[in-house]
Every structure is written in C-alpha cells, then in structure tokens.
Design a binder for this molecule. Structure first.
Ligand SMILES: *[C@@H]1O[C@H](CO)[C@@H](O)[C@H](O)[C@H]1NC(C)=O
Ligand SMILES: *[C@@H]1O[C@H](CO)[C@@H](O)[C@H](O)[C@H]1NC(C)=O
Ligand SMILES: *[C@@H]1O[C@H](CO)[C@@H](O)[C@H](O)[C@H]1NC(C)=O
Ligand SMILES: *[C@@H]1O[C@H](CO)[C@@H](O)[C@H](O)[C@H]1NC(C)=O
Ligand SMILES: *[C@@H]1O[C@H](CO)[C@@H](O)[C@H](O)[C@H]1NC(C)=O
Ligand SMILES: *[C@@H]1O[C@H](CO)[C@@H](O)[C@H](O)[C@H]1NC(C)=O
Ligand SMILES: *[C@@H]1O[C@H](CO)[C@@H](O)[C@H](O)[C@H]1NC(C)=O
Ligand SMILES: *[C@@H]1O[C@H](CO)[C@@H](O)[C@H](O)[C@H]1NC(C)=O
Ligand SMILES: *[C@@H]1O[C@H](CO)[C@@H](O)[C@H](O)[C@H]1NC(C)=O
Ligand SMILES: *[C@@H]1O[C@H](CO)[C@@H](O)[C@H](O)[C@H]1NC(C)=O
Ligand SMILES: *[C@@H]1O[C@H](CO)[C@@H](O)[C@H](O)[C@H]1NC(C)=O
Ligand SMILES: *[C@@H]1O[C@H](CO)[C@@H](O)[C@H](O)[C@H]1NC(C)=O
Length: 756
C-alpha cells in the first residue's frame, strides 16, 4: 500500500522552507540497546554480536534463534551500497515449506515485530528481475501475517514488514512460508516491546500489519527510527512535491495529556505539510488491496506559533470520518476511529471548513491492515513436552519447526493432532517416531502428555528400561524393535492387563525372558485376528439378517407369543377374571396416554374396554414387584373379593412385558383429591360421614368375611375411591400383602376427613 498526495490545481508556487535548523539536528549514536529489544542479523556469520553504526542497537547472529536454512550474503556489487549492516547477509530456506525463527517474548505483552528483506542477488540468479513471480509468506506465530512480494523489484531495495501483535506465550515464532514461487529468505528480524497502553486496538485476536507510516517535512533521512523513536518504528519521509507547503518548528510538541497511545516523537511532529489557499484541500490516496480492512491513524499538531484558526473535515472519499477538527497548538492530537476498520478506502480527504482561515495540515500518518489471529497455537504443555523430546533425541526433521499442530497444513511430520474443539488449542494425540534413529532412554516427556493416545517408537535404538509412570491416556504403545530391557513396570502392565493398552515390545531384550502376547510378533496374530474378525462379522451379519427376516414374517405372532410367555406359563390360574395381553392394554389405554394417578406401586392409566366400560389400569413398577412370586396368588384372592365398598378387579396382565391390574374406573377419583381439590365440589358433613361409613364397611368385610382375612395396612385418603354417586370404595387392599412393609402407612382416614 502506498500513500500518494495529490493537490488540486494551484497557481501558487511552493513555499521555500527554512529547514536549516532541522538539518543541524543529527541523530546521536549511542551504543546501547533499550531493554527488551531483540535484534537479529540473519545469516550473519561472525559468532559475536555487534553494535549498529547508525542506531547503536546491538545485533546478534541468528544461530540461536533458528535451526534451518543457509547463511548467505549479497553479491559484492550490492554490498557497498547496502542500507545497513544487517542487509549484507541473509538466511535462505531452500528446504521445507515452513521455516521458523523463535524469539524470546513475554506472554501477553504487546510488540512491534519487523522483518527486513534485501535480495542483493545473493544466489546470482537475478530472481527479482527474471519476470517470474517471486514471493513467499510470512506467519506471525500460527497466523498469516503478510506476503512478501519481490517480483520485479530492484535487488538492492530493502523491503520491510511490520506487525503490532501480542505475544501468545513466552516465545514468539516468525515463519517463512514457501509458496513455490521462489526460495524464502530474510535479512533481519527485530522485536520491540511496546507500552501496554499503546495501540489499544491490538489484542490477542487482532494484530496490525503496517501498510504505511509516513512523516512530512523536509528531513535529511529517508527513514526515521530509533533513537528518535523509542519504539524504533520506521517513519518514512514523504517526498516533497510542488505546491505542497512545509511547516516546521523548533518548539517541542508534546503528547496531549492522558494520551499515551502512540507516543509519536516530538521531532516527527515538528514538521507538517499543508497546501496553499487556492487548493481545495489535501487528498491522500491509498493503494490498498480491496480485500484488506485498513485502519488509518492521523497525527496532527498546530505548529504555527500564532495559533491561527485552522479547522478541517476528514473524509474517507465521501464519508465524513471526523468533522471540524482543529489541531492543538504544539500538542499531538492523534485521530483514529477507535479501532474501526475501513474497507477499500481509496483516498482520505482533508478540506477546510468554511470559516477556517487556513488550510488543513498534517504531521504524520499511519495506515495498518487487519491481521486476524484466529488460529490457535498447540496446547502449551504439549509444545513444551515435544520440545523436550526434540532436544532429548536431537531431532531436526525439516517440518519440526514452529508450532507442532498449527496451522494444520504445516503440522509436524509424525504427529496427529486433535482440532475438533474449535475454541480450544489443538492437542497432540499421536506421535510416530518409528525408524527415527532415536538413541538413549525412553523420554518421560511422552508419558506426561495427557492427551497422547498413540505412541509409536518402534525400530529405534532405545536403551535402558521403561520408566514406571502413571500413563494418562495412552491406548497404543509400540516400542518394538528397540534395545529395551526389563522389567516391564507395573503401571504399564496393569493397563495392558485391563485391556486399556495395546502394547508391543517384540524385538527387545526385555522379551528374552517374557513370553506374553506383547512380546510375540503380532503380525501373525493380526492375521489370525483378522480372519477371526472377518468370520465373526460375516456370521453376525447373517444372523442379524435372519432375525430381521424372521421378525418381519412373524411379527404378529411373535408379539403375542412373547406377550403370553410368562415365568409361570404352566400355572393354571383358577380365576374367572380376564387376562389381558400387553397389546390389549396398549389398545384400551390408547398407548398409555392418560395418567390418572401415581403411587408407590406404580402408575394408574385410564382405559376404555371394548364394551365401553371405563377402567383404571394400574401398571405395577417392575422393580418392586417383578420378582414377586406373590403376585398371582394375590390376584387369585382379589378376584374373589366382591363387596360394594371394595374396588372390583376386572382383570390382570402378567408376562415379560407387563404386570398390571385392571379395576373399575371410579369417576370421582379418590378422597384426597376431593377434599383438597374442593373448588367445584366440597363435601358436606353428611357426605363425609357416609364415606367414612363406606370405608369402614369395606374394611370390615376384608377383616371379617374373607378367609383368610385381609389386612389393608395402607388405609389413607388416596386409597378411598368414590364412584359417581359418591360411594366410598376401598382400593389397594390386595397388594398390601404382596409387598414388604416398606410401603406401610399408618394414618387415619377419619382424621383426614375431619381436619379438612
Ligand atoms: C489564488 O488564485 C487567485 C485567482 O486565481 C490568484 O490571484 C492568487 O494569486 C492565488 N493565490 C495563490 C496563493 O496562489
Ligand atoms: C565479522 O568478522 C570479520 C572477520 O572476523 C570482521 O572483519 C568483520 O568486521 C566482522 N563484522 C562485523 C559486523 O562485526
Ligand atoms: C555495544 O555497545 C555496548 C554499550 O555501549 C557495549 O557495552 C558493547 O561492548 C558494544 N558491543 C560491541 C560489540 O561493540
Ligand atoms: C543476471 O544479470 C546480470 C546483469 O544484469 C547478468 O550479467 C547475469 O548473467 C544474469 N544472471 C543470470 C543467472 O541470469
Ligand atoms: C488458519 O489456518 C488455516 C489452515 O489450518 C489457514 O487456511 C488459515 O489461513 C489460517 N488463518 C490465518 C488467519 O492465518
Ligand atoms: C507481486 O508483484 C507483482 C509485480 O508487482 C504483481 O504482478 C503480482 O500480482 C504481485 N503478486 C501478489 C500475490 O501480490
Ligand atoms: C479485539 O479487538 C476487536 C476490535 O478491534 C474486537 O472486535 C475483538 O472482540 C477483540 N478481541 C478480544 C479478544 O478482545
Ligand atoms: C500562521 O498563522 C497566521 C495567522 O494566524 C498566518 O498569517 C500565517 O501565514 C501562518 N503561517 C504559516 C506558515 O502558515
Ligand atoms: C470536502 O470534501 C468532501 C469529500 O470530497 C466534499 O464532499 C466536500 O464538499 C468538501 N468540502 C469543501 C468545503 O470543500
Ligand atoms: C467556525 O465554525 C464553528 C462551527 O462550525 C464554530 O464552532 C467556530 O467557533 C467558528 N470559528 C470562528 C473563528 O468563527
Ligand atoms: C509410523 O510410521 C511408520 C512409517 O514411518 C508406519 O509404518 C507406521 O505404521 C506408523 N505407525 C502408526 C501408529 O501410524
Ligand atoms: C542401532 O545402532 C546400531 C549401532 O549402534 C546400528 O547398527 C543400528 O542400525 C541401529 N538401529 C536402528 C534401528 O537405528
């Protein structure tokens, strides 16, 4: 993205500026890096660091920050005119699709990260000028930061990319991505800590890529940076143009009180750009890529000491961003839309308001584009354990670079990761280091990984014994064909014996003494297993098929058959009441739709028999009675009890599917409902007395007239039913004996009748 300035036609000549004072102000070089600066000269071969002659910043060789790539240097032709020492050397990455630098950082801290690139024809292939595409990608951590496009540029040009970002952990990786259009390389890497309050719109999920950062005025240096700028930002001097007018001052320009977001150096604010009175305004045109969301920040300060009336509007093409803005005298006023991104703004226009006596001015501007940090890094524990493993075995596979799992297409070879929890960091579930030349003991780091399920370390030279370790989630452990010796620790053996772990140890000295399945060559076992499994699968499939066919053909009969199949098939029940099937119960209760009561024994449903008689179907709880051998004798007893104050048993159902009693339906419900429900009907004393009498007569019959006599043991208002004439009828008497005493209630119906 490039900023151009365009002015409207003007007849006035450009101001001639007295900038001599500014020219006198030279940058002081002092050889000390502010704390937290990480400065790396990529490909620098000297083993010690050096102090940069211009900035005084100490640069380190890159050996400690990267594991791959080749150190190169620009050709002699470009060496002499190199922009700085760092550009003379570079590191190129002909191998691997992703190569990463790892920089030390502080978790949660805000940083400016800058990478520079000067081709300098280091490979003598004139890559930037051979008319082919020459570009590669840059990742900050696990997210795409920028594309470095060097197609058709001057080989001596320095390209730089900057991003403002928050460190996701105590190290930050910067990766170069090979897109297949030229070999990625890098000349320098710089990490600069920012104050926490600076650039408030940068957060853990939003980073800002620098598109442009310009300062205005006639200054000798092309790029202003540290030590003028504490943060070592690059401020590019905007080239002067006819009919643009430069203002400058020697007065210090301070930050507005309370505004410490940007800390623009005073030296940068001491110069500004304006246009003559005949122009209609300032236009800043932007070559932004249409797909990018951009964020502009304008820095203004009134540096005309006579404090003129200068007011202007700021437009993005024709949308008014800031109206009637008046810069503060010798104070930095930074204007931004509080982190709101604009899409494809082709230009920003500054034009004066009607009563303003002077044209707008501008001192500096920054333009950023949005970098989404949506991709999550691998769980940090997993990362640390893998780093230990890598170090322990001195592993350097080309893909073992940067984050182990993320982004997915650059994950480490031999690892399988779990990305299924989209808002959680990916986890490592499988590690395959088979035939990787591992030497030494079995690293405990593997056993510490809580999400690891499959570990294959077969065909290596692992020695020693297996550490006795409480395995977390490991399901498959293949240590076959190593030099491991016994004993096999209990922790592993127990897991194996419990069937939680598939263990393979064949081809280890450990197996010279042990003869267990994990020590046999499983290849044959697998064959046998495979055959067994295949045969079983075929048989089971056939069986299932047969069952389905049988079921389809015999469905009706089957149901009935099952329905009648009882435990006591032979018991010829000498009763004259009806025996129902489950299917019949379903039919009369309309699929058990209407529940009319619930009790300790089960649920009571309303039903209508074929002849229109209403019945209550009491389905007994299986748990309480299924085993009961008393059920049928009880039914037998109940079927013989006939009294006007005792509920009549009309039928029963007993088989594998159901256990139920079918009674006459009592339309007025039970006494409890009637006493409590009382709205539409309340009992008078005479009625209450009658009901009490009814109950007493029923109980008397049970006690006196039945042989053997029946004791209710659970007389309570819910068990006294009322027919349509409010005659009291006792229920639940027979089952009292079929159940244990747990169900026994001792309560007095009379008390209930009197109390309500
Ligand atoms: C502005 O334009 C007017 C008329 O076109 C001209 O007389 C005047 O000199 C111009 N002023 C400047 C500063 O160029
Ligand atoms: C690197 O080392 C060489 C030889 O030891 C020396 O001439 C050169 O000045 C060193 N470069 C820097 C930047 O220190
Ligand atoms: C760089 O500057 C620091 C601070 O002045 C000094 O201590 C250090 O020795 C210098 N390093 C080199 C390589 O000159
Ligand atoms: C690169 O360009 C130079 C001159 O521009 C030329 O002499 C040289 O042969 C070119 N090299 C290749 C590999 O094309
Ligand atoms: C996140 O990763 C996916 C692939 O794993 C990649 O396609 C995507 O571009 C990445 N997103 C960012 C913001 O880098
Ligand atoms: C890279 O730059 C070249 C030349 O400027 C241009 O043609 C090409 O489209 C650019 N590619 C990308 C991906 O930006
Ligand atoms: C980061 O900032 C953006 C806007 O700048 C906001 O939409 C988003 O919610 C913020 N995310 C977090 C994690 O704070
Ligand atoms: C400064 O402001 C005064 C009016 O307040 C104006 O006359 C003068 O031209 C301005 N100076 C510049 C350099 O714009
Ligand atoms: C300023 O620019 C905007 C956008 O181009 C335009 O609509 C407006 O009329 C201009 N105002 C003046 C006073 O020139
Ligand atoms: C200019 O106009 C604005 C409102 O548009 C007003 O607030 C301001 O006081 C005016 N300034 C002068 C000097 O008249
Ligand atoms: C591990 O990789 C080897 C080849 O490198 C392969 O033969 C083996 O099946 C893999 N193990 C697992 C568990 O995927
Ligand atoms: C194990 O080491 C020996 C020599 O130390 C070597 O001959 C052998 O190839 C190694 N085995 C594996 C699987 O790396």
């Amino acid at each position: 993205m490039v900023i151009h300035f365009i002015c409207w036609p003007s007849t006035k000549l450009a101001w001639i500026l007295a900038l001599l004072l500014n020219l006198v102000m030279m940058i002081q070089v002092h050889g000390q890096s502010p704390s937290g600066f990480v400065s790396i000269d990529c490909g620098f071969r000297n083993s010690s660091s050096y102090n940069d002659t211009t900035t005084g910043i100490q640069f380190d060789p890159d050996g400690g920050f990267v594991e791959s790539g080749m150190a190169k240097q620009m050709t002699q032709e470009f060496m002499a005119n190199a922009r700085n020492e760092q550009q003379k050397t570079l590191r190129s990455f002909p191998d691997g699709s992703r190569n990463c630098y790892t920089l030390p950082s502080t978790i949660g801290k805000k940083y400016l990260l800058r990478a520079t690139f000067t081709y300098g024809n280091y490979d003598r292939l004139n890559k930037t000028r051979d008319r082919s595409l020459f570009l590669f990608g840059l990742h900050v951590g696990v997210n795409l930061w920028e594309v470095v496009n060097l197609t058709n540029i001057d080989p001596s040009n320095m390209i730089w990319k900057e991003v403002l970002t928050i460190a996701p952990s105590n190290s930050m990786s910067v990766c170069l991505i090979n897109f297949g259009s030229g070999i990625p390389f890098i000349s320098s890497l710089e990490l600069r800590p920012l104050k926490d309050a600076s650039y408030p719109f940068v957060n853990i999920s939003v980073s800002l890529n620098l598109d442009d950062r310009v300062r205005f005025g006639t200054v000798p240096e092309e790029i202003t940076r540290y030590p003028t700028d504490d943060y070592d930002r690059y401020w590019v001097t905007f080239p002067n143009k006819p009919n643009l007018m430069i203002l400058s001052t020697t007065n210090k320009v301070d930050s507005l009180p309370g505004n410490n977001y940007f800390n623009v150096p005073s030296a940068i604010m001491q110069n500004a750009l304006t246009v003559d009175m005949n122009s209609s305004g300032l236009s800043i045109s932007v070559n932004s890529r249409p797909e990018r969301a951009v964020l502009p920040i304008f820095h203004f300060a009134e540096i005309n000491g006579s404090n003129p009336n200068r007011r202007f509007n700021i437009y993005s093409v024709d949308r008014l961003l800031f109206s009637d803005f008046s810069p503060s005298r010798f104070q930095v006023d930074s204007v931004h839309e509080n982190g709101r991104f604009l899409y494809n703004p082709r230009a920003f226009i500054l034009n004066k308001t009607r009563n303003s006596t002077l044209q707008p001015l501008i001192n500096a501007a920054e333009l950023y584009s949005l970098v989404r940090m949506d991709n999550l890094t691998t769980n940090s524990d997993d990362v640390n354990y893998m780093k230990e493993v890598k170090k322990n075995y001195n592993l350097r596979p080309i893909s073992w670079n940067g984050d182990p799992c993320s982004p997915r297409e650059y994950s480490w070879e031999g690892l399988t990761c779990d990305y299924t929890k989209s808002n959680q960091n990916p986890r490592i579930v499988s590690v395959n280091l088979s035939m990787s030349g591992l030497k030494g003991g079995l690293a405990v780091s593997f056993l510490n990984m809580v999400s690891l399920e499959n570990l294959d370390l077969s065909h290596n030279n692992l020695t020693g014994s297996i550490p006795d370790y409480h395995l977390k989630s490991l399901k498959i452990l293949n240590l076959s064909n190593n030099q491991l010796v016994g004993p096999i620790p209990d922790s592993i053996l127990q897991r194996f014996q419990a069937g939680l772990l598939e263990l393979r140890l064949e081809g280890n000295p450990i197996c010279s003494k042990v003869k267990d399945t994990y020590c046999s060559n499983k290849k044959n076992d697998i064959h046998v297993l495979l055959i067994t499994v295949t045969v079983s699968v075929v048989l089971v499939s056939l069986l299932v098929l047969m069952c389905i066919i049988w079921k389809l053909c015999w469905k009706g009969k089957l149901e009935d058959h099952e329905d009648y199949a009882t435990n006591e098939e032979e018991t010829s029940l000498n009763v004259d009441i009806r025996r129902f099937t489950y299917a019949e119960l379903k039919l009369i209760t309309n699929e058990f739709q209407s529940i009319i009561g619930k009790g300790g024994f089960g649920i009571v449903y309303h039903g209508i028999l074929e002849n229109g008689d209403e019945v209550a179907v009491k389905v007994l709880m299986e748990t309480s009675i299924a085993e009961s051998t008393d059920f049928l004798p009880e039914v037998q007893t109940l079927s013989k009890v006939h009294h006007k104050n005792l509920v009549t048993l009309k039928g029963y159902c007993q088989n594998k599917k159901c256990l139920a009693l079918i009674y006459d339906f009592m339309s007025r419900g039970n006494l409890q409902q009637l006493i409590r429900g009382g709205d539409d009907y309340s009992l008078n004393w005479e009625q209450r007395l009658h009901i009490a009498l009814d109950a007493a007569q029923g109980l008397e019959y049970l006690h006196e007239s039945c042989t053997p006599s029946i004791v209710h043991r659970d007389v309570k208002t819910p068990n006294i039913l009322l027919d349509k004439n409010l005659v009291g009828i006792i229920s639940d008497f027979g089952l009292s004996r079929a159940f244990n005493d747990a169900h026994t209630h001792i309560s007095t119906v009379a008390a209930a009748l009197l109390a309500s």
